[in-house]
Design a protein around this ligand. Structure first.
Ligand SMILES: NC(=O)c1ccc[n+]([C@@H]2O[C@H](COP(=O)([O-])OP(=O)(O)OC[C@H]3O[C@@H](n4cnc5c(N)ncnc54)[C@H](O)[C@@H]3O)[C@@H](O)[C@H]2O)c1
Length: 436
């Protein structure tokens, strides 16, 4: 099939690359010229394992093309995925200006039937606005459908998740749209992946309800972790015991510094706002947000409790990305932590395997904030090592070497990546989350 994707970010680019890899011909429209220039050379502007290779293969085989001309994208195919950003606005509501712009652009150039698909995460009933907008701005009375097909991929394993979905959700209003989706997702349904066909409003709700639920699990386990610290239990044992229960499941029961990223924080906020706009006080989710914010403050307080005075102390930070295997730092817990620590007069040495370039835009180097290219470099003469993101290379670090490089052997492990006993046996003063 021929497919158009508008927006080459984490979702759009992965969607485009994966559909191309499945044998479709894809035109990807990206308006930022610096990104487009890279894409045309087969270089992904974002870090996502396997994405560069997939792009290069499909560019070479002529199945994926890039343009900044929306007209070219709209003419290219009858199936158009909107994958633009839906960031949080001041009020907590989703800012839908990019979606609205894409809808207007499609309307302006469409000259035959189009299936317009919201893949971006949008509030319930956004499809109605997209429909209205396309109708208003279309030059002629052309038939079109608007459908919702939310994306559930996780950054860091985006290609795997796209190709092996737990479920595919499509919200449609017409038989024609349903049939196009059935054809498009046939390679998936042939393999047994469930294709759930719903109304557009249910599909839109499924995305926000799912992300909010996962965020709730994280905040829940973090509160249990706090209790574990008080009563001398180990949160991992508790989470394992809970997780074996099929009704609960072990995923998203890892205590730590809480959630971040481009999705959970904004999606929970947006869901609270959607509920509010419909006269419902989703107080449960408001509490989820509060608990999550408190995780960051708690670790800042812990560091000060350990060091007494942060001023002039050397603090090594391992991990800046909001989670491993991505360079995405949007709403990363590290941001609040680094910001707060840098204001205390401490000297920070930051290291992340992939996110440092993005981070430098937010926190430029200064006298007391330095970036280093190696995790061992970060801990040289450090009074404390703070682990914020659970990258594999941190789990596999040579801790004896770390200890020999540090001024004081103190670790605050915000992600519980080490076994407390082994680390303490090496002579570290070790603090983790929810473990005795
Ligand atoms: N990142 C994730 O893990 C993830 C997962 C599931 C769903 N989502 C949702 O998918 C949507 C996109 O997220 P993302 O992380 O990929 O965003 P992103 O900001 O990384 O990418 C959006 C891209 O769209 C481009 N764009 C915007 N308007 C355009 C236009 N009119 N024409 C051409 N290009 C345009 C931007 O330049 C940008 O490159 C959001 O709604 C998000 O909530 C994201």
């Amino acid at each position: 099939m021929k497919i158009t994707v508008i927006g080459a970010g984490y979702v759009g680019l992965v969607t485009a690359a994966c559909f191309a890899d499945l044998g479709n011909e894809v035109m990807c429209v990206e308006k930022v010229s610096s990104k487009l220039e890279k894409l045309c050379r087969g270089i992904s502007p974002i870090y996502e394992p396997g994405l560069d290779e997939m792009l290069q293969k499909n560019i070479k085989e002529g199945r994926i093309h890039f343009t900044d001309k929306i007209e070219e994208g709209v003419n290219f195919s009858d199936v158009i995925f909107i994958c633009v950003g839906t960031p949080q606005s001041e009020s907590g509501k989703a800012d839908l200006s990019q979606v609205e712009e894409a809808a207007r652009q499609i309307a302006t150039y469409m000259d035959r039937y189009k299936l317009i698909i919201e893949k971006s995460t949008v509030p319930v009933n956004t499809h109605k606005w997209v429909k209205k907008t396309v109708k208003r701005y279309a030059k002629n009375d052309i038939e079109f459908d608007v459908a919702s097909n939310p994306e559930f991929l996780r950054e860091g394993s985006a290609i795997y998740d796209f190709m092996n979905p737990d479920r595919i959700v499509v919200g449609v209003e017409s038989e024609k749209a349903k049939q196009i989706f059935q054809q498009l997702y046939k390679p998936f349904t042939d393999k047994g992946y469930p294709l759930l066909i719903t109304t557009p409003q249910a599909a839109e709700l499924i995305k926000h309800a799912s992300n909010s639920f996962l965020a709730m699990k994280i905040s829940y386990i973090n509160m249990v972790a706090d209790l574990c610290e008080k009563v001398g239990a180990d949160i991992n044992e508790v989470a394992d015991g809970m997780g074996y229960d099929k009704r609960i499941g072990r995923a998203f029961l890892n205590a730590g510094l809480g959630y971040g990223g481009s999705c959970f924080p904004k999606d929970v906020k947006a869901f609270v706002k959607i509920a509010e706009d419909n006269g419902i006080d989703f107080s449960l989710l408001k509490e989820v947000e509060k608990i999550n914010q408190r995780r960051r403050e708690k670790v800042i307080e812990l560091i000060e409790d350990i060091l007494w005075i942060n001023k002039d102390k050397n603090i090594a930070i391992w991990g800046l990305a909001f989670k491993p295997d991505t360079d995405d730092i949007r709403e990363a817990p590290s941001i609040d932590i680094v910001k707060s620590l840098s204001q205390t007069g401490a000297n920070l040495r930051l290291y992340d395997p992939k996110a440092m370039d993005n981070y430098k835009q937010l926190f430029p180097e200064s006298d007391n904030l330095k970036y280093v290219d190696d995790k061992y470099d970060a801990v040289k003469d450090a009074d404390i090592l703070v682990i914020i993101t659970e990258w594999k290379e941190f789990k596999e670090a040579d801790l004896s070497r770390v200890k020999s490089l540090m001024r004081l052997p103190i670790i605050v492990d915000g992600r519980n990546i080490y076994d407390p006993k082994s680390v303490r046996d090496l002579g570290f003063e070790y603090y983790s989350i929810g473990r005795p």
